[in-house]
Design a protein around this ligand. Structure first.
Ligand code: GDP
Length: 177
């Protein structure tokens, strides 16, 4: 049986309403409720096979105030990730600005280690309400030295690709955490 140390903790960050919980529950697999184990509120475990190799991710969706508890303060969210997914909504400019602030906060907490960060522009289906262009998202990711992907949790578009990308980033850096 895998120990806790064998898991990669991946922490979801971002403004309320951008789609963190929607992405986390797609990761957990809605149809497989009995198969995946929900370890604690807002924490989801799943083993993904990527490029023929298994990796277990522990996705932590406790950034919102109502899900924070003694074991997952905001501080521990910022400190305890092996990788981070910073989510904004392409239909909400304010959430894009918050994403930049979160990146800066992460840089402060993870000065030495090069923890993988993926910037996610979610709600890509809301094309007519778009406030952040793909180019802006991509440029922001370059400046902040992270990966970038646009997703739609509503259409289940690029969600599997997002988590596979996280696995590949973790393998590239192979850091202990
Ligand atoms: P959180 O507060 O960041 O966890 O956001 P939620 O996952 O609770 O989502 C907030 C709202 O946005 C919900 O009503 C979701 O159904 C909706 N939502 C999430 N992802 C998408 C998406 O990709 N497209 C659209 N149109 N709505 C979404």
């Amino acid at each position: 049986e895998a120990s806790w140390e064998a898991f990669y903790r991946v922490v979801l960050l971002g403004d309320p309403g951008v789609g963190k919980t929607s992405l986390a529950s797609l990761f957990a697999g809605k149809q497989e409720k009995d198969l995946h184990e929900q370890l604690e509120e807002g924490v989801y475990e799943r083993t993904l096979t990527v490029d023929g190799e298994d990796t277990t991710l522990l996705v932590v969706d406790t950034w919102e105030a109502e899900k924070l508890d003694k074991s997952w303060s905001r501080e521990s969210c910022l400190q305890q990730g092996c990788a981070y997914i910073i989510v904004y909504s392409i239909a909400d400019r304010g959430s894009f600005e918050s994403a930049s602030e979160l990146r800066i906060q992460l840089r402060r907490t993870h000065q030495a280690d090069h923890v993988p960060i993926i910037l996610v522009g979610n709600k890509a289906d809301l094309a007519r309400c778009r406030e952040v262009s793909v180019e802006e998202g991509r440029a922001c990711a370059v400046v902040f030295d992270c990966k970038f992907i646009e997703t739609s949790a509503a259409l289940q578009h690029n969600v599997a690709e997002l988590f596979e990308g996280v696995v590949r980033q973790l393998r590239l850096r192979r850091q202990d955490c």
